[in-house]
Design a binder for this molecule. Structure first.
Ligand SMILES: [Zn+2]
Length: 433
């Protein structure tokens, strides 16, 4: 553990720390940011009224829409001269949100990413290849600073240029890889197709921290078996800080949330009602120590479940399940709610199917039509039509049985679905205007 005192703290002691920090954070937002102040006043709330952790519920939520409207500087709670870094969300679903960091915030973020690297078994001996994009996106620089903080040897290659990535893994003796899970799979595919002599097992690569998109157990097995490494899920949001909000440990079962610095709640996404731990719902984050951009009850739109267990790793931090999906990505198909990650977990259980797929949703008359385009191995694709149609029937049947949706399954040849060096695009929704 990078911060054993904080990560394995007695829960009752942590709650005291959280309360003390929550009171500071709410007061900071109220006193140093006019938008928060006006918002709290409109809700009839003064920071003095936050006396217990439960009082958090009296505070109104902060939405992504508000963050967009207040961009770039409307949610800053320090003068610009104290801000040393800006990042912005990719804005895939509209205008970007902007995050600022003081020197203290960068220090916090680096520490959280150092914790993340340590949680995946990494440390000062590691050669860390950062293949997340650098720039306004938080992935690259987040992993970079965490790597330096823990004393690893950092290779700042950024995303893309797959051939060079592979050459560096081989020549620089990379032991740890940081990128999106879909890009990790793309690297393996690229090597298999273009560099048949390249053998991941003959490199020093041992582990990877993969995040920035929801991914499944099936995808983990795919990456682990083909790269010969341990693959860990890491989680974060640029609106909260970037990567470094939660990560898996050696148990690979659930992600520990760094709740000494981010309070997390689960709510019903429709009613906003706070749900007890153990229920599936939307995660809501409150920063406890951030200086430039305090986030108070930020609705992440990520759907998961929080729970506590006695983890063999010794951390006492609350756990969240791997993200099921974002509420914006949830598809409603003929009234059934489906996340792309659920489709992924069904198809990856089928032999001969490659981890590349695309979900195309369209509307025929009044009804939604789903087509799942799935890549299959060369061997299957060149097989008889009979074999192909038996396979697609099999996938369709599993989809019906597990998810309750009737999808048309189209098997496509290897490499026919667009690859990405960052976040994969899984859904094409033609129903939207
Ligand atoms: Zn653990």
């Amino acid at each position: 553990m990078f911060n054993p005192d904080q990560e394995s703290m007695r829960p009752s002691q942590r709650r005291e720390l959280q309360l003390e920090r929550l009171r500071w954070s709410v007061r900071h937002a109220y006193e140093d940011n006019p938008y928060y102040r006006q918002k709290f006043q409109a809700a009839g709330l003064h920071p003095d009224q936050v006396r217990t952790l439960d009082d958090l519920r009296r505070i109104p939520f902060l939405t992504k829409q508000e963050m967009r409207e207040q961009a770039p500087y409307g949610l800053f709670a320090v003068p610009l001269k104290d801000v040393v870094r800006l990042h912005a969300s990719s804005g895939t679903t509209g205008d970007a949100t902007v995050a600022g960091y003081t020197r203290g915030d960068i220090e916090l973020w680096s520490t959280l990413m150092a914790r993340t690297i340590a949680s995946a078994g990494g440390g000062a001996e590691d050669v860390l290849q950062v293949a997340y994009g650098y720039g306004l996106f938080t992935g690259g620089l987040g992993a970079h600073y965490g790597g330096e903080k823990i004393g690893a040897t950092v290779i700042p290659i950024s995303g893309g240029n797959t051939e060079r990535q592979l050459a560096l893994i081989r020549d620089f003796g990379t032991t740890m890889l940081a990128c999106t899970p879909s890009y990790a799979v793309n690297m393996v595919d690229y090597a298999a197709r273009n560099l048949p002599w390249f053998d991941f097992r003959k490199t020093r690569l041992k582990r990877g921290i993969f995040g920035a998109e929801p991914w499944t157990e099936g995808m983990r097995q795919e990456i682990e078996s083909r790269m010969g490494i341990d693959a860990f899920d890491i989680y974060g949001l640029s609106e909260v800080i970037g990567p470094g909000v939660a990560c898996e440990c050696s148990a690979k079962r659930g992600l520990h949330v760094f709740e000494d610095v981010f309070l997390v709640e689960t709510i019903d996404p429709d009613t906003g009602e706070v749900l007890p731990e153990g229920s599936q719902g939307e995660l809501v984050y409150t920063s406890l120590t951030k200086e430039c951009c305090p986030v108070i009850r930020y609705r992440s739109r990520d759907i998961s479940r929080l729970y506590r267990d006695t983890c063999p790793c010794g951390r006492t931090l609350v756990k969240m399940d791997k993200i099921y999906g974002r509420s914006d990505d949830m598809l409603i198909i003929r009234g059934v709610n489906v996340f792309p990650s659920q489709v992924e977990s069904v198809i990856l259980q089928v032999e001969g199917v490659e981890p590349h797929y695309e979900i195309v949703v369209d509307r025929q008359g009044a009804l939604d039509d789903v087509e799942v385009r799935v890549e299959v191995s060369e061997a299957i694709f060149s097989d008889e039509l009979k074999v192909m149609s038996a396979l697609s029937d099999h996938i369709a049947a599993r989809m019906r049985a597990t998810l309750g949706i009737s999808a048309k399954i189209t098997l496509v040849e290897p490499d026919s679905i667009e690859r990405s060096a960052g976040k994969a695009r899984r859904v094409v929704d033609r129903r939207k205007p």
